[in-house]
Design a protein around this ligand. Structure first.
Ligand code: ATP
Ligand code: F6P
Length: 517
């Protein structure tokens, strides 16, 4: 088994149980080879040719890069001497060694190259392999869904099961109910999974396998899996779930029990490290629109009306940001990434109630639509000493929506301002929704990618999407950190431009999530 670690040049190695030993039954003309890779970060600074530094040590070949010249002061590309750029080829490599990407998009004309331009990690492409490690005819497969619900869980299960069954001929697929509780014999409930049992499930929210929070002993789970001769385990869940998957894999590895543990990451908050997108997020953004419209109408229907909508997002405000951009009516957006005060919020509401619209001296805006992400303003709404932790060890957060409604009401009253506040919390309505078409297509492909990955003998990894391509990523890397909204980034700036929200309310927060403690 190869070691799962990133090497100094940044490749994200995926563990494999061994070489493929069974020919794939797929009638496929486009098998993915092991040296097919995706560059993790494609966003490079432009490089002025004359300032191009020598390659850093992790680039093994000293052959200079071919760089297009853009200005009169450019020097000719050193690669015009006939030598071929190492970056124009896809050097074959064995599993566990570094393959150079076909293209590294280095362009010209900025002062110095971004360090990532040379050190960008490469990740393995997902997809069907020509040779399989597990025999589809005999392999036994388990599936669990853990953590909070999310639109698309059933779609992933259906994509997995149908691919395994129809494409590979796997007929021993078992769901275990209520998350990791299902892998403990004391609480286990088995659900046979086949095309018949999953035929309609994509039309429903939730998970047919249910879910749970709270730890289970990895030793007990490993005993359970080995007692049933399960050789492939799919863990559909968030970062906690993938940490659990890792602990199961480690326990199995220690006792020499071969198993492919493949995660399908679920976070409605879209904060999974390295990945472009996670399933359920787009659906959540779309599902947030009706409550936003309702809150807007309620706010406009009263003198000095305020509508507040709370959306999910414990540590990252992507749902709130994208839903607000999509709505076009949101005036104030409060994210976990932001540091704001109650005084700023009250001042802004008062300003909208009293200052005339530019060029219209008799017209005031008379209403405010506020979107608040659940993790925002925790320094304001959580009692000192905190609210403890849930069964899985996640910090319980104060209810910023309820607190904001009450506090804003009190402070406006204290300033003698007549007002009306309506508060909507659609969090669970959104989370239990059926996926939209885009997420349905995405979840289907994630299920397919996970099936290909596991049958090839990959393990201790997840499937995700990077730069628009499905890839394998080591579990250890995706649990390293969470993506956050960049308040200086183009999406948040687009919201500021569109809403006119004061920029001084958008200072970066110092608030740390439980995982950063
Ligand atoms: N560090 C860990 N090691 C082992 N197991 C863990 C770890 N963290 C969480 N788990 C287990 O994984 C399962 C799901 O975890 P959790 O409740 O944190 O949800 P999650 O997967 O992070 O999803 P969500 O994004 O909905 O919170 C639980 O059974 C939990 O005990
Ligand atoms: O109410 P529950 O089930 O604990 O889940 C709430 C959490 O789940 C998430 O949706 C992540 O899945 C968070 O945004 C939210 O805080």
């Amino acid at each position: 088994m190869t070691e799962a670690a990133s090497n100094p040049s940044g490749a994200f190695y995926i563990r494999t149980l061994g070489d493929g030993r069974y020919p794939s039954p797929l009638p496929c003309e486009a098998f993915v080879s092991e040296d097919d890779v995706v560059v993790l970060r494609p966003s490079f600074k432009l490089v002025r040719v004359s300032d191009t530094p020598s390659p850093p040590p992790n680039i093994t070949s000293p052959t200079p890069l071919r760089l297009p010249a853009t200005g009169p002061d450019s020097t000719p590309s050193p690669a015009t001497n006939g030598s071929q750029s190492p970056l124009s080829t896809n050097t074959p490599s064995s599993e566990g060694s570094l393959a150079l990407p076909r293209i590294i998009p280095i362009r010209t004309s900025s002062p110095s190259p971004h360090p990532d331009a040379f050190a960008s990690p490469l990740v393995e492409k997902a997809g069907p392999r020509a040779a399989l490690y597990w025999d589809p005819k005999t392999v036994r497969v388990a599936v669990v869904t853990c953590g909070g619900l999310c639109p698309g869980l059933n779609n992933v299960i259906r994509g997995l099961v149908n691919t395994l069954w129809y494409r590979y001929g796997v007929q021993n697929i078992f769901g275990f109910k209520y998350g990791y509780e299902g892998l403990n014999p004391a609480t286990s409930i088995e659900v046979p999974l086949n095309p018949w049992t999953v035929r309609d499930i994509h039309n429903f929210g939730g998970s047919i396998l249910g879910s749970s929070r709270g730890p289970q002993d990895p030793k007990i789970m490993a005993d359970f899996l080995s007692s049933k001769n399960i050789r492939i385990l799919f863990t559909i869940g968030g970062d906690g779930t993938q940490k659990g998957a890792k602990s199961i894999f480690k326990e199995c590895e220690q006792r020499g029990y071969e198993i492919s543990v493949v995660g399908i990451p679920k976070t409605i908050d879209n904060d999974l490290a390295y990945c472009d997108r996670t399933f359920g997020f787009e659906t959540a953004v779309a599902q947030a629109q009706p409550p936003l419209l309702a809150a807007h109408e309620e706010a406009r229907g009263a003198r000095n009306g305020i509508g507040i909508v709370k959306l999910m997002g414990r540590d990252s405000g992507f749902i709130a940001l994208h839903a607000s951009l999509g709505s076009g009516d949101v005036n104030l957006l409060l994210l976990p990434e932001m540091n704001f005060t109650m005084e700023q919020i009250v001042d802004y509401c008062v300003k909208r109630f009293t200052e005339p619209v530019r060029g219209m001296s008799n017209t005031v805006r008379d209403h405010v639509l506020i979107v608040v992400a659940e993790g925002a303003g925790q320094n304001l709404c959580t009692p000192s000493g905190g609210l403890g932790r849930d069964k899985s060890g996640n910090q319980v957060y104060g209810d910023i929506g309820v607190w904001l409604k009450s506090e804003l009401g009190k402070q406006l009253k204290a300033r003698g301002i007549e007002h009306s506040i309506k508060y909507i919390d659609p969090s669970y309505t959104i989370r239990a929704a059926v996926v939209n078409a885009s997420d349905a297509a995405f979840t289907l492909q994630l299920g397919q990618a996970a099936a290909h990955c596991a049958l090839a003998g990959k393990t201790d990894c997840i499937v995700g999407i990077v730069n628009g391509l499905f890839v394998h990523l080591p579990i250890s890397r995706v649990i390293e950190f969470r993506k956050k909204v960049d308040l200086r980034g183009p999406t948040f700036q687009a919201f500021l431009d569109a809403s006119g929200m004061p920029i001084d309310m958008a200072r970066q927060s110092e608030h740390k999530s439980a995982e950063q403690d």
